[in-house]
Design a protein around this ligand. Sequence first.
Ligand SMILES: NC(=O)C1=CN([C@@H]2O[C@H](COP(=O)(O)OP(=O)(O)OC[C@H]3O[C@@H](n4cnc5c(N)ncnc54)[C@H](OP(=O)(O)O)[C@@H]3O)[C@@H](O)[C@H]2O)[C@H](O)CC1
Ligand SMILES: [K+]
Length: 217
Amino acid sequence: MQVSSLSLDAFKEMDYWALEKYNLSIALMMENAGLQLARLVAKKATKGSVITIGVGNGNNGGGGLVAARRLAAWGFNVNLDLAVSITKELPKAQLERALLFGAKEGIPKKTDIWVDAYLGFSQRLPLSAVFTNKIEVANASSAFKISLDIPVGISKDGKLTGFKANQVMTLAAPKTILEKLPSAVEVFVADLGIPKSVYDHFNIKMPDFLKDQLIAL
Ligand SMILES: NC(=O)C1=CN([C@@H]2O[C@H](COP(=O)(O)OP(=O)(O)OC[C@H]3O[C@@H](n4cnc5c(N)ncnc54)[C@H](OP(=O)(O)O)[C@@H]3O)[C@@H](O)[C@H]2O)[C@H](O)CC1
Ligand SMILES: [K+]
């Protein structure tokens, strides 16, 4: 029988398999992730909404920056909370693009939608103070909160100990760690363009991405 979700380690393997066997680069998958995240944010936003995207120095941050660029291109007010210096090649290139598209650095006085692209599946617990401080500031705000892939600070047993996400948009496949989230948290899965053969190889059902590339679980 097929499994319904993957552990983070199994998912990393699936990701690696897609990259090795099908030459699906991280940059290409990140573009898909960022577009779907931008669509999810746009569903919640109105034209006057103030959006803040929290960014770390990795591919989770890179996906957030693609979303920032897409949202800025659609005319939204997009702000970037850079938790650390963005030095890695891919997120750095995405940051440069997002800024060229009109996203602004810094946290505005009031945020309506706060996106957590601080850290994803490579986060190590305990988090460093810079991230715990960011989480505190975000959680203290009244903003609607959306996490990319998995919430920053989520505990190994899936308790929502970090960023208090209202929605989580996970990538490519449901993750076991998200199953213990409070039932009020809405979880979505987004299509990265990984083929069915990869899902079959990992014995997991491919979400019905033909119907929609962003699916509520
Ligand atoms: N197929 C896919 O699912 C794709 C997913 N994508 C996204 O990529 C992230 C995972 O990206 P990754 O670059 O591996 O890592 P993170 O963004 O989670 O973390 C970035 C770096 O942050 C450092 N780190 C980790 N823990 C801590 C901590 N406690 N304190 C400080 N810093 C920390 C660490 O860097 P080091 O250099 O310090 O080791 C992390 O590497 C996934 O979640 C998806 O969102 C792709 O966009 C596309 C394909
Ligand atoms: K995240």
